[in-house]
Ligand binder design. Sequence first.
Ligand code: PLZ
Length: 451
Amino acid sequence: MSTLEAPTTPVGGPSLPQERRLVTAIPGPRSQQLLERKAAAVASGVGHTAPIHAVAAGGGVVVDADGNSLIDLGAGIAVTTVGNAHPKVVAAVQAQAAQFTHTCFMVSPYEPYVAVAEALNRITPGDHAKKSALFNSGAEAVENAVKIARKFTRKQGVVAFDHGYHGRTNLTMALTAKAMPYKSGFGPFAGEIYRAPLSYPFRDGLTGAEAAARAIALIEKQIGADNLAAVIIEPIQGEGGFIVPADGFLPALVDWCRANDVVFIADEVQTGFARTGTMFASEQFGIVPDLITTAKGIAAGLPLAAVTGRAEIMDASHAGGLGGTYGGNPVACAAALAAIEVFETEGLTDRAQEIGRILLDRLTRMQASDPRIGDVRGRGAMAAAEFVDPDTKEPDAALTAAVAKACIAEGVIVLTCGTYGNVIRFLPPLSIPDALLHEGLDVVAAALEGR
Ligand code: PLZ
């Protein structure tokens, strides 16, 4: 192994210099060294987007071991919404870790878990009686929401949607729509999962009511409400392409579920916690889900997830039917309580709306002069551009990948998504300064112009 001098590691958080700074090519030599170790030691199925060795992050930047400072337009896939290493989160984590790191909530309960449940019951949509249960990952929350809905309804079928993403565990792979890279070769998958068509205004041209009628007709004909425990949907599709459904689509689905004793589950793992400009995206579509799954932004990067919903549904399970060794780990709960306080006291829903105005304004202007941007869409700090052949509207995944790669080489972390791999999504930490956001978008625009 070559001998590079040990780097001085900067402290993360908002005090990091808020600048894009390239001192080497990406990846630089130290990053290259880590990537070589990764290739030798880590299973090759575990990929990465930006070829860097991250050592610190905060505000709107990620700093690598070579001293490069990259603009962060991905927030670790919608996780560090309050900002990476937010001082209040860091302090809460340090204090809790010094007190105790684990007892297992099922063995010896502790207060931070109960406090997170109380907070979620309070801030999720609807003023009905609610209860929560805590888990470790978004996929685990989705698995448990399905368990709870089946137990409550005594039915088994579950409907998920085209372009849906719900995780990588066996049940959630079955719920996830896209084969590559999530499912291919990993079956057989869990049974009693059905797929319905989504509302995708850019591609189907349907109103919300028409798209809902199409989905409901399929559900009634192919499954039947008597066999259906739950309908699960992301209010705005995340991995599937940041697809915002047409107005009226979600309310019609909720109404149908209510009339047919079917549990409506909103998967807000990606849309939750101020990201879309409201605490939860469901609020923007005027719906109150029966159950809501959350993760990602809830604990600023510590592994925590939850199912929250109507008390009578959440209480359907027999005692001991729900749980797990680590679910609601005290350190993760301390981080969540700090993050929720930040969401509520630092005006983050307003900040997400401001970021959304900047993103949509800039992207719409790029679209006006570049017909390869077929669609610009999103809510708040969850916005995207869909790249297509201007004549046929065929997805242009090659252009999308080339633009994303060029941005990363220029020090801007952008993520792609979409069933057809032709969407660049923007989901920065809400702590990003405006100037950095604009600079990041300048780099995207230049990358697009150059090809
Ligand atoms: N539900 C809506 O967005 C996770 C996945 C990244 P976990 N999305 C990022 C990847 O390639 O693995 C997600 C989501 C929605 C569920 C999940 C799953 O959450 O915490 O990754 O299990």
